[in-house]
Design a protein around this ligand. Sequence first.
Ligand code: K1U
Ligand code: ZN
Length: 167
Amino acid sequence: MALLPILQYPDPRLHKVAKPVATVTEQTRKLIRDMAETMYAAPGVGLAATQVDVHERIVVIDVSDTHDKLQVFINPTLTSSSGAEESEEGCLSVPGIYENVTRAERVMVSALDEQGKAFTLEADGLLAICIQHEMDHLQGKVFVEHLSHLKQTRIRAKLIKQRRETL
Ligand code: K1U
Ligand code: ZN
């Protein structure tokens, strides 16, 4: 397995739109294992392939306390959503920034698992938030883009300054 470098906002590659996976292969499963290792090491509760500069529709999520309930979503689509709730989000591509975002409270998602088998899942709570956050990544959207332009400008400036200072 391998730890993959995570793209850092405002890297323009975070805005690429991911393509559907045509066939789930051994190479797909190797990428999923590397993504999971990278997510657990970060640590985070989710990771989209976009964040590791692979522009394919693949997401890994583990919202369990025990870090042993990996969920894999290949070619995910939201089939329905309901309600709205505001909650604080973070992002491994936007380190140190936590902001409130409003999203659907409950979602229904269809996807393929790592064997290429179709499944449908209903989610609420952190899992629902995480699914929506990661699916945004696949569309090239970073969570800060849900915020005002003023907040986005301040966050970009803060991250660029932080990075300049750590060089
Ligand atoms: O996409 C990502 O960058 C992962 C992101 C997922 C996420 C978290 C919270 C709300 C929405 C989406 C993270 O995992 S940020 C790190 C984080 O929240 C966390 C880290 C360690 C333990 C628990 C949470
Ligand atoms: Zn993120």
